[in-house]
Design a binder for this molecule. Structure first.
Ligand SMILES: C[S@@+](CC[C@H](N)C(=O)[O-])C[C@H]1O[C@@H](n2cnc3c(N)ncnc32)[C@H](O)[C@@H]1O
Length: 235
């Protein structure tokens, strides 16, 4: 995927953390999706919908852009402005209580969001799997802990993240949390290559949260954290 095609959309207003388009590009390069125009993809925790726009353009599929903190109305206006209003449907629901039709999504993509709500055993099986089609695919990119610091999130990250430090988990921990199920064929987790670039692009922006993160990058973020990629293939 050529990220430069989307540079006009990536700004301090649309970014909510390390460059989500950069993270998405690595997931797509490693696990390209084959989609038909009537396939549905769930962009889970899409924020301002930047990734939803890119997924729509790259796959040609219909996108369900779900987020909790950003309203469907606000995202809907942006999608119309970006010219993808027909292809991308904004939804505002909590991932713990989806009301979607069962077995409808060909793929699920989630960037910098899954760690907020899915860090316990059984979440994937109970809250996500029912909505996925057979042979579906799941691509997730989230901040996490480097393997050598696994389970030390509170001790190492609290100065930066306060009570949210527990959300950062290692690659192996995420593989265990996703777990198994008769409908799951395989689960792969890895430390992503895009960490440096995704973070630099965020820190270079004038977003007020980026200004705060800048203070902790060299002392906490770079030494202890990484981006964890998760790929799940269903039977
Ligand atoms: C750091 S932002 C990332 C947004 C976007 N994916 C990006 O990378 O720019 C995390 C997002 O997770 C979403 N989120 C948090 N808890 C959620 C939940 N329970 N259900 C759905 N989305 C949730 C928030 O609404 C928020 O937009």
């Amino acid at each position: 995927m050529d990220i430069s095609s989307y540079k006009n959309y990536i700004s301090k207003e649309t970014m909510m953390g390390p460059n989500c388009v950069r993270v998405l590009a690595e997931l797509f390069d490693k696990h390209p999706l084959q989609c038909a125009a009537d396939d549905r993809i769930l962009d889970l925790g899409c924020g301002t919908g930047l990734t939803s726009l890119v997924i729509a353009k790259e796959t040609g599929a219909r996108i369900c852009a779900n987020d909790l903190w950003v309203s469907a109305e606000e995202n809907g206006k942006r999608f119309a402005q970006w010219g993808v209003g027909e292809q991308v449907m904004p939804v505002c629901e909590d991932a713990n209580q989806f009301h979607f039709e069962k077995k409808q999504f060909h793929a699920l993509i989630s960037i910098d969001s899954y760690h907020y709500f899915a860090g316990h055993e059984g979440f994937f099986q109970e809250k996500i799997l029912p909505f996925m089609k057979d042979r579906g695919e799941v691509l997730i990119g989230i901040p996490g802990l480097k393997e050598e610091y696994a389970s030390r999130a509170k001790e190492l990250l609290s100065d930066w993240l306060g009570d949210d430090a527990y959300m950062f988990k290692s690659r192996i921990c995420w593989k265990e949390l996703i777990g198994s199920h008769e409908r799951i064929e395989s689960v792969e987790t890895w430390e992503m290559d895009c960490f440096r670039e995704a973070w630099s692009e965020w820190l270079a922006s004038d977003n007020e949260f980026a200004c705060n993160d800048r203070q902790y990058f060299e002392t906490i973020i770079r030494p202890y954290t990484c981006f964890v990629g998760i790929y799940i293939k269903l039977k």
